[in-house]
Design a protein around this ligand. Sequence first.
Ligand code: AMP
Length: 696
Amino acid sequence: MAEMTAEEARSRAEALRQEIEHNTYLYYALDAPEISDAAYDSLMRELKALEERFPELATLDSPTKRVGGYVERQFQPIRHASRMYSLDNAMDEEELAAWMDGIVRLYGFLPELCCELKIDGSSLAVTYRDGLLVQAATRGDGTTGEDVTANVMGVKDIPHALSPSAKEALANPDAPLELRGEIYMPKASFDALNLEAEAEGKKPFANPRNAAAGSLRQKDPKITAERDLATFMYSVSDTRAIQVPGQWELLRWLESAGFHVNPDVRLCHTEDEVLAFCRECLRRRDGLAYDIDGVVVKVNDFALQEEAGFTSRAPKWAMAFKFPPEEKTTRLLDITVQVGRTGVLTPVAELEPVQVAGSVVARATLHNEDEVHRKDVRIGDTVIVRKAGDVIPEVLGPVLSLRPEDAHVWQAPKVCPSCGMPVVKEEGEAQLRCVSIDCPAQAHERLLHWVSRDAMDIDGMGDEIIARLVEIGRANDVADFYSLTVEELEQLHTGRVNKEGKPVTLGRTTAEKLVSAIQDSKERDLSRVLVGLGIRHVGKNTAAEIVEAYPSMEALKDASEEDLKGIYGIGDSAAASIWSFLRTPDNVDVIQRLERAGVSMAVKRAEGDAKPQSLKGLTFVLTGTLGELGMSRDEASQALKGYGAKVSSSVSSKTSYVAVGENPGSKYDKAVKLGVPVLDEQQLKAVLDTGEPPVL
Ligand code: AMP
């Protein structure tokens, strides 16, 4: 090292940092180190030595300055270096032409326009300091995004370091640089991911955009790293940082820095060229490996961009030309009927699977009987399918010229397809309804609703298990969940068979987890119970308003219909439905059985609120391991705080008690020195059991 020049040292330090960052990430975030601990330490030592010898290399963010490896900052808010704007939309060619006319009026001429594909993914901002990737954030509200650094470190096409030549070209190579682009999931990877999810009985993603956003925002960076995420970068927080005159040149710089830049870009000089590019992209859309939802047209010259400025949400120098929602034709194979938890019968179009706007559509709701006839769709028809809002598939109507001879009109069922009881159509309602209380389909939906995320959030209790429980008559209503045992669940058939053709049972571990999730749900807030019971017109927000006014089931049962109407945000129909729900014998019975099973029927107060504040004014310090107590220090201090006590980390003359476990530290000595009363674990236990100050 003796003969190293400053320049050689700088480049060696850079290489070392890259290598260390990469391995720190592999080690801490992925638990998958590529080099031995000793080799890692040796790299770190070499970097430290270099930094000591050339102090100008010792940057603040050097791995040598970091304590304890990888910084876990998942989902912390991050302020963007400058606002991340949205884009204004032109919904058709006319609107786009009108915007370009406005541009001509603004400048007095039509400037060069840089046209790019509008990638349908999730916006991403990545920050480089001293040429190294140090931070990544989602767009969030535009001003503040979420910290997804740990996850982005595992996205392979984002370089961990800028190429030296691109870095040198910067106005200030040492200043932090925030670059922006789109993170997306290729269509093929999305399909594969969903196939895998299906095989594992998990919920598939709605489209590649959701899959990309969901994969990016994983708690566990390992999962993100396993997903096939890719990026196209196209922007920078401050164009002055990169010494280029315009967007086209920025894209070239991004490429030279090591980023993926979308190859379908065109610098256009006339309105016709722009429109031709848009049409071309629309035609080629299906053949691309990733989803796009339009074309973004940007004034190329940065100086001209600055002249145009921004509205409150979008640049005035750019416009997104949005493609029309994707429509496809396919065959209507059948119309089946789904029974909802309130007994509503919904006709569902069973389609020959077709790829629409990024995902395969095989079913679409037809809403109700009238809708089927109004659209005149017949079984056997070729129908046009569209994704409304690019998420929910919709049948627009038949292609009449392709109607086969044997296409037949669907007849609404007279009886419920699940329980066989006659269905009714109530006055003023478009829907058919099954009013039987013993309908298995309704029971299934009600059970599914009870365990759903906005209700009791019972993890692991999925569609399949519920279907089996209903089938064997073990779960007829939601109260039945609470008597399920590990022994019976472990033997429950999943409905699947293994390779040898034998039925697969849930197994001990899953059964144990499930029972524990069910038990945990007993502590949920009353508002969740109300959502879970599936009272008509009572969703999450309504339930929150109800429990604000009536914090217990007891109080709610006593409320009259008039009282209920007085609750903020509760309309006449919701009030009537709550009132009658709580007086229907079957519901009364379910609620009573839930109560008996120990399901909380009151508003959950914040930790400690319900307990007497009998330790208020006392300050405790905990030291040593609380082995006998069977609690961590954290749990013990939470419990003390629950009784109103303060828990401090240092001993002073103001400390009321120091509770001492095994191997106490210096806090014990200090307590003795200051004459602060000391509690052993037994005495602390007595305090926690009774909530009373210790008797010494
Ligand atoms: P929207 O989400 O409809 O407001 O559209 C704005 C978003 O389009 C931006 O926040 C970007 O995430 C995204 N976008 C995709 N491709 C591009 C592109 N080539 N240039 C600018 N924005 C893009």
